[in-house]
Ligand binder design. Structure first.
Ligand SMILES: NC(=O)c1ncn([C@@H]2O[C@H](COP(=O)(O)O)[C@@H](O)[C@H]2O)c1NC=O
Length: 506
């Protein structure tokens, strides 16, 4: 019996090699691995000796030889295969153990292009793929976590074909991931804009979550190896394990709060919709204002801040039930206060990362660019121009509206949301919801502004808004009835701004 061992990271492989030797395997290995194994008292034959061909091109060709690949790929249940390898003096290989050149790690080291390309492993994936293809007979090991149980089963003579198939599945996933990282690295390096005929996105296991959106669904967080920041990479400082829905909500909350880089800002999210957003004199002021938008919904919310949480704010936060607090930094004393709420998840975010926006439909995936724009133009289309205060509030409301599920309507004044209408199937109903909630929570809407993430199809919403006291509106424009909508705004003495950019969020 023969094992081929060729590993870049060598630590620990001696334990496996010793066990294999005990089981009677002859060990073949590449130069560096052979040296390491010998240093650990393990007898091994160098592959170059077996093939009669030296490693060449500075290691670019070591194991790419028919004697090695013939030994791996040979089928012992086919007469012709047996005859062929006997005739050619090829000895069967039964186990292949490989770990690859660390391209992914090196990609982050800012190497020169030529140096980085040398970390693309060629012989390793070939060994892995050959062994995985021949799982009927051959064992392939790419993950040290499998060494223990495989040796255990080999010792007991219990390793079955389904175990080898499992290892082959892992092996092909591993080489596919490896190649996907390389392909995406080249795309980035050479700024290739085109989406290819095939798309492979590398994903690495982050955390197995307790469950998915609901307890009967499985949930897993995967990491994107090209992104070192973003919600998936944020630090959980305390509290219960983040759930699937917590991640979704935290992602939205941070995206919104980052729209306000110049003022202390707070965003409260529930079910992936903001239910309160405010800027304030400090973060506590922003939090209190955001919470006032809709105190019932804020209960159990996900709260994001754009600056350091201090002790005073932490005390306010612990006075109610919240699921997640997320901020770029925390004062030590604030963390002490927050730690009294054992279940409260406290997250430190390291920034937002942007790549594709991917959604699933049956039979496929929908892929689009992330919505990173705000507006195309800001064009006043009414007789009356917005006052400076109205204009600032319009921009505030527009920024929030972008993150509200369609049909989205945001009523705001003084840098805070007063009413948010989300997810209704008609725009006018979203508006009615927003007004009703604002009034129920004690807000007088006189002089408030209104944002709508898509155009108004009819004048009805404008009439309703005017009646509620709203004096300025921001919306993309572009309806065939824009004239009718504009006349309504002019009739009511409102000002209206077109952005010429829509922000549907489904
Ligand atoms: N060129 C080849 O034929 C080849 N065969 C195996 N390797 C890789 O060489 C590494 C081990 O080399 P060494 O034992 O010399 O340190 C492993 O990561 C293995 O994946 C190769 N290297 C790169 O392609």
């Amino acid at each position: 019996m023969r094992a081929v061992i060729s590993v870049y990271r060598k630590e620990g492989v001696e334990k496996l090699a010793k066990a294999l030797q005990r089981l009677g395997y002859e060990i073949l290995s590449t130069g560096g691995t052979a040296k390491y194994l010998r240093e650990h008292g393990i007898q091994t034959e160098e592959i170059a000796k077996v093939t009669g061909f030296p490693e060449i091109l500075n290691g670019r060709v070591k194991t790419l030889h028919p004697v090695i690949h013939g030994g791996i790929l040979y089928r012992d249940w086919i007469d012709k295969d047996r005859e062929e390898i006997e005739e050619l003096g090829i000895i069967p290989v039964d186990i292949v153990v490989v770990n690859l050149y660390p391209f992914e790690e090196m990609m982050k080291e800012n190497l020169e292009e030529e140096e980085l390309m040398e970390f693309i492993d060629i012989g390793g994936p070939s060994l892995i793929r050959a062994a995985a293809k021949n799982y009927f007979r051959v064992i392939v090991l790419v993950d040290p976590e499998d060494y223990g149980w495989v040796i255990d089963k080999l010792e007991k003579g219990e390793l079955e074909r389904k175990d080898r198939a499992y290892l082959a599945w892992k092996a092909f996933s591993h080489t596919a991931y490896y190649d996907s990282v390389i392909s995406n690295a080249l795309k980035r390096l050479f700024k290739i804009e085109e989406e290819g005929k095939e798309l492979s996105l590398p994903m690495k296991l982050g955390t197995r979550l307790r469950y998915g959106e609901n307890p009967h669904q499985r949930g897993i967080l995967y990491h994107n190896p090209f992104e070192d920041i973003g919600i998936a990479k944020s630090q959980v400082l305390q509290g219960k394990e983040m759930s699937f829905n917590n991640y979704l909500d935290a992602d939205s909350a941070v995206r919104i709060v980052l729209e306000f880089p110049n003022d202390p800002a707070c965003v409260i999210v529930k079910h992936n919709n903001p239910c309160g957003v405010a800027t304030g004199s400090d973060l506590k002021d922003a939090f209190l204002k955001a919470r006032e938008t809709d105190p019932e919904s804020a209960f159990g919310g996900i709260v994001a801040f754009n600056n350091t949480v201090n002790k005073e704010l932490a005390e306010e936060l612990t006075s109610m039930f919240l699921e997640v607090v997320i901020a770029p930094a925390y004062e030590e004393e604030a963390l002490e206060v927050l730690s009294k709420k054992k279940n409260l998840r406290v997250i430190k975010f390291l920034g937002m990362s942007y790549s594709y926006d991917i959604k699933k439909v049956s039979g496929g995936f929908l892929l689009q660019d992330e919505d990173r724009e705000l507006y195309d133009t800001l064009q006043v289309v009414t007789e009356r121009k917005p006052t400076e205060g109205e204009f600032n509030d319009l921009i505030f409301a527009w920024k929030v509206c972008k993150y509200v599920k369609s049909n989205a309507v945001v009523i705001a004044r003084g840098g805070r949301s007063l009413g948010i209408g989300s997810g209704q199937v008609s725009r006018v109903d979203s508006l009615r919801c927003a007004i009703e909630k604002a009034v129920r929570h004690g807000f007088d809407l006189k002089g408030a502004v209104l944002a709508s993430e898509a155009f108004f199809p009819f004048r009805d919403s404008i009439d309703i808004a005017a009646e509620a006291g709203i004096t300025a509106v921001i919306q993309p424009g572009g309806s065939i009835r824009d004239d009718e909508v504009l006349s309504a705004a002019n009739e009511h003495g409102m000002s209206m701004v077109f952005t010429k950019m829509r922000h549907f969020r489904h």
